[in-house]
Design a protein around this ligand. Structure first.
Ligand code: 2AM
Ligand code: CA
Ligand code: CA
Ligand code: CA
Length: 273
């Protein structure tokens, strides 16, 4: 077993504490009481319960750290200390439809990163149904349990399996997504849309997918996944190829070679409108 930091032990413990309830709720999803937040955004009791458990566990371990929680919003902590960025259930739509593909995402953001900017230093994407624990630490690589992760080594678009997320019900830029899809889909081996950005990125890190693009995501969807991809040797940029993915909320992720090939297709698609 590869020893990871005490912080990751805290994160895994929190995720494993929230998981059994999520699994039970998933099995009883039909009976779940569901409330609606906006036209497309279902928030289940499961979301909120899982977030509460994660919050309690993380707060207990690091009492003075702040939070950015999908459901609970921002909770201020000591501004000089890191904060937790948490999505208690990424893939809610899957969850509500009984589709076994969702994850807990927890990231640690250091307010004073290497370039003086806030920076994600520790990441966990935990899949309660498969018990898969994807984790990464800045400078120490990305891992699935005790196995080191590498992004795929495929170099040809026609062998590449690419994941994406499709804008839903008026949220996000569907016209832009369609142009990119129109340029990428004919060139690659396949496209997948499984509905959890956190797992999409974890699977790029694990070399299961060869690449990924999506836009209009929130920090809690991607904070952990981006560190996983980068620590697995992958590239993540915005659609122009710049190192501004988070700022612009555009994510193009792949290994070096495929990233540059995909970027050409994406840039072409966005130029010819
Ligand atoms: P969520 O399950 O935590 O809401 C998939 O494209 C990404 O978009 C997921 O990470 C998902 O996170 C987010 N998302 C938010 N609202 C969504 C919706 N109504 N339908 C599908 N995905 C949604
Ligand atoms: Ca949501
Ligand atoms: Ca999410
Ligand atoms: Ca969520």
């Amino acid at each position: 077993m590869v020893a990871h930091s005490g912080l990751l032990t805290v994160m895994e413990r929190a995720a494993r504490k929230a998981a059994p309830r999520l699994r039970r709720d998933f099995n009883e999803v039909q009976h779940l009481q569901v409330s609606r937040k906006g036209p497309a955004d279902f928030v289940s009791m499961a979301d909120q319960r899982a977030e509460r458990t994660l919050y309690d566990e993380l707060k207990k371990a690091r009492p003075d750290w702040g939070f950015l929680l999908e459901e609970g919003g921002e909770i201020e902590g000591d501004p000089d200390k890191p904060r937790w960025i948490v999505d208690p259930l990424d893939g809610t739509t899957n969850f509500l439809h009984g589709i076994p593909h969702f994850a807990i995402s927890i990231a640690v953001e250091d307010p004073h990163g290497s370039q003086g900017k806030p920076e994600i230093t520790t990441a966990l994407v935990y899949q309660p149904l498969t018990d898969e624990s994807f984790w990464a630490e800045k400078g120490r690589g990305a891992w699935l349990h005790d196995g080191r992760l590498r992004v795929s080594s495929r170099r040809n678009l026609d062998e590449a399996l690419i994941a994406t997320g499709i804008p839903f019900l008026g949220h996000g830029n569907f016209a832009q997504w369609s142009r990119i899809f129109g340029a990428v889909a004919p060139e690659v081996a396949g496209i997948r849309r499984f509905g959890s950005a956190a797992l999409d990125l974890a699977w790029v890190a694990a070399g299961r997918y060869d690449g990924f693009w999506e836009s209009d995501l929130k920090p809690w969807d991607v904070a952990a996944g981006l560190l996983l991809v980068r620590e697995a040797g992958g590239f993540v940029t915005d659609f122009r190829g710049a190192d501004r993915a988070m700022e612009r909320s555009e994510f193009l992720a792949a290994n070096d070679t495929l990233h540059s090939k995909l970027h050409k297709l994406v840039a072409g698609a966005l130029r010819n409108r």
